[in-house]
Design a binder for this molecule. Sequence first.
Ligand code: MSP
Length: 476
Amino acid sequence: MSKKKFYVTTPIYYVNDIAHIGHACTTMAADIVARYRKLLGGEVFFLTGTDEHGAKIAEAAKEKGLSPKKFCDKVSRNFKQIWPKLNIDYDYFIRTTNPRHEKVVQEIIKRIHKKGDIYKDRYEGYYCVGCEKFVTEGDLVEAKCPYHPTKKIQKQSEENYFFKLSKYVPQIIKAIENPKDKNHYEILPQSKREEVLSRLKQGVNDLSISRANVEWGISIPWDDEQTIYVWFDALLNYYSALKITKRERFWPANLHIVGKEILWFHTVIWQAMLLSAEIPLPKKILVHSFYTIDGQKMSKSLRNVITPGALIKRYGVDGARYLIASSFPLENDSDIGWKKFDQKYNADLANGLGNLVARVAKLCENSGFNFPEKKGHFYSYGQGGIIEKYLDKYQFNEALFYCWQVIKGADQDIDRDKPWGKQGKELEETLNRTVTRVRQVAGILKPFLPETAEKIEKQFAGPKIKSEKPLFPRIK
Ligand code: MSP
């Protein structure tokens, strides 16, 4: 039987900024899903990358005194290199400045043009360079973009090419609402699906898909005075990456994971582009909320940005992974911060998991027993367990909470059974039960904390089980 294919993506990140915990949370979510799907026996393709064109990047490069390409090479490398440090195992890293991506974008825009879905008109209105988005007066708060309150909003009036977005609205509504529709796709969570549907039903304007005064980008193939709108270019990465890597068989994507601020692009504009180009639509879009730091928005000016590097330095790779996954902002924003992280690390990792593993290993070592050997996976994913139910709904924090209940249960059992007062057969039975629990925890943790899971698997493979260095040293 051929393996079930699963294609998961993250947004491609703008290179005007360094990677932070917000980017890490989406990329980590995709990594957990990818690892989980592999444990289920699937064939997985996991894509991430960087979004490198547009006015915002050109401005950032200018500020640094670099050419846009040099600047992109530099920052993109940072993104590319930071993910493996978090043990994030992507299959391909796409850059929109890759000429092969640019070629695909030009081919698709030509196809949409030929279809009659592109026309020229005058754009009069506002533009937020921070979002790289055309905005209406209604989107602004005190004449500023709510996502970029420090940036000046641009007033624009220029001739642009427009895409007939409105033409596809009825088809899109049907595709979202009707599970039997041939284009059906899911938007999760439900609240975001409702938000999109309600906006669609209020009426949608066509979309300007070119810029006259932005040079840094891909030019319109039939008019090199105009540059393709950066979002039109960027969204196509999910498709071009498969062409570049010759992995077309993974299309359509099973899951696009995105943050809430780019909901509309990923649940409406993207689908309309694909419908026009006659390319099958993705299956599911998971839209998560945001991290706030100690009750505030994360921002450079507040100097509260948490980077993956700083997290790894303080908590180790799996410590960082645990703290991100267990605070994943699924439905609502999730407030995090160093103090909260320190507390959680000590309570759940140093005391909880670390302590249980150390305690059981010591008891096993002191007993001198041989334990039944166990190689390979310690937990069989795919048997419909509770963990799978949570993972299927992307409830990473719930899945981890459940796992920590097992850890607490194992600790309580040791306190109750008092193996230190037992001997012979009785002691052997008690220890065997506890060892089985620890092995199960290691198996469950595989998609979340792969390194720790592997260490425990090795330590508890038997026949002898011995003490090792603490997994998670306490933070003072
Ligand atoms: N380049 C576009 C995406 C194009 S995809 C075709 C973009 N890039 S971005 O660098 O701004 O990254 C946005 C993404 O980063 C969000 O959608 C989200 O996944 C993540 N996050 C950024 N800040 C975040 C938080 N404070 N909290 C959680 N995730 C956040 O938009």
